[in-house]
Design a protein around this ligand. Structure first.
Ligand code: XIL
Length: 449
């Protein structure tokens, strides 16, 4: 009797067991769905997926490619009983692919959706998104010199910008160093570089009092001969680069700071107030398709000076049918000013005239008062905000007035600012080691709608 009972019990256990086994074989496991990525950081993130009925555990794969052929150690095949998992110690700023399947003993479901996740850049590392890729409605320009068209400069130029200006090699003292002898060696090299790399060239600048060769300052000849000489210079230069230089700053800084009158220069003395007009007409004759700009500083905040430019150049030209396509605001500004609203107001005064607007020489001082001996995080944030504001203002102008926003140099230690203000500063978007600064991120943020 006892033996029979044992047999019966054993038979019961066995049949129950086979029942369970059969049930397990019948069970189909549906695939989980990864529905949430959270706590995304530079080296970690958490994934959540839908829990699957009957699943005992889940197996996860993390890879660096969509086909899951490059699995990431130690997450080649992680098993967990939970319906979430936190991956840690991952590479910064890298894209990973994640998939998961449900398990019940030997049985597994098919894989879930594959989810891609990009970890954040490490703290202090700014995104390297190219400015020109994000600025889709205007050019992003860079000022450079010929001996910086190689190495890391060249690589960054090609990645970030689609227009270049010559920082000083397309000015009169370089292109016309002696009477009767032009020297376009450096200008040619710059233009050739731009052409080879699909960038536009903004010609800067035909007439500028601070880059006038001494033989012109001390011109030996009559006023008429002087005027003929300037005409020949403008026509020779603009003709040479016809079709290659899309735009020129024809005259730079011709209005003074004390009330917006004509700046006293050798051109004003020799040719009279009409010299600006003549220069624009000669440039237009030489290249009917080239865009012609008047460029000056402080215009983004100094209303008196801007009114001088508007009355003496913009309105005067528009009334008298003198060619003028746009105005350049140099944008040599500081972390603490001018305000966004001042920049926007003054910009509108130009765009309301139906002209193109060039923010032409952007740099943002963070040490205008010489109270720093090295850059600080606080000022770098303030600089970033100011760059963002400038880009926001530019991005908001009417499409028909958009032209380019040009940054005046690549990296801090190459900026003209320290030498002109007589003490150190860090006014650009890259530091001396080619590291992207917060200001660069400010530019990107300014483009977000
Ligand atoms: C500056 C350059 O940055 C220097 O390298 C050069 O020695 C002098 O000129 N306004 C202008 C620019 O229009 O041409 C000036 O560039 C800066 C002020």
């Amino acid at each position: 009797m006892k033996r029979i009972l044992v047999y019966l019990l054993a038979a019961l256990v066995l049949s129950l067991q086979s029942c369970v086994d059969n049930k397990e074989q019948e069970v189909t496991l549906s695939a989980p769905d990864i529905y949430k990525i959270s706590n995304l950081k530079a080296s970690s993130f958490t994934a959540d997926w839908t829990s699957v009925v009957n699943a005992q555990s889940y197996e996860l794969n993390l890879a660096t490619d969509e086909n899951f052929s490059n699995l990431v150690a130690p997450y080649e095949s992680v098993v967990t009983k939970d319906d979430f998992y936190t991956f840690e110690e991952l590479a910064n700023g890298q894209t990973f692919y994640l998939r998961v399947k449900a398990q019940l003993k030997e049985k597994t479901s098919t894989f879930s959706n594959s989810k891609s996740v990009t970890t954040l850049e490490a703290d202090g590392v700014e995104p390297d998104t190219p400015l020109k890729d994000v600025a889709t409605t205007f050019r992003v320009g860079m000022a450079t010199i010929v001996n910086r068209l190689n190495g890391s400069h060249d690589e960054i130029y090609r990645r970030e910008y689609n227009q270049i200006s010559a920082e000083w090699e397309m000015k009169m003292n370089i292109m016309y160093p002696e009477q009767g002898r032009y020297d376009f060696t450096l200008a040619d090299q710059l233009v050739e570089y731009a052409q080879n790399n699909g960038m536009e060239v903004h010609g800067h600048a035909l007439i500028w009092h601070a880059a006038t060769p001494s033989w012109v300052e001390n011109f030996e000849g009559t006023d008429e001969e002087f005027s003929n000489m300037v005409e020949d210079y403008i026509k020779t230069t603009v003709t040479r680069y016809k079709g290659k230089v899309v735009s020129w700053d024809v005259v730079n800084e011709a209005i003074d700071d004390a009330g917006g009158n004509y700046r006293n220069t050798v051109f004003l003395e020799r040719m009279g107030e009409n010299y600006i007009q003549k220069c624009f007409e000669w440039a237009r004759e030489a290249d009917p398709d080239c865009l012609l700009f008047y460029n000056d500083y402080n215009l983004c905040w100094d209303k008196t000076k801007l009114n001088g430019v508007i009355s003496k150049i913009v309105d005067n030209f528009q009334t008298n049918n003198v060619p003028l396509d746009g105005v350049g605001f140099q944008m040599h500004i500081s972390y603490n000013g001018p305000s966004k609203s001042a920049i926007a107001e003054n910009t509108k005064m130009i765009t309301d005239k139906g002209l193109l607007m060039h923010f032409s020489e952007l740099d943002v001082k963070i040490n205008p008062d010489n109270d720093l001996t090295s850059s600080t995080e606080e000022r770098e944030f303030a600089q970033k905000d100011k760059v963002r504001e400038v880009v926001e203002v530019y991005n908001a102008i009417p499409e028909s007035s958009k032209f380019a926003l040009t940054i005046w140099g690549l990296k801090d230690n190459e900026s003209w600012i320290p030498s002109v203000q007589g003490h150190d500063d860090w006014p650009l978007l890259y530091d001396k080691d080619f590291v992207i600064k917060k200001a660069h991120t400010g530019f990107l943020e300014g483009l977000q709608e």
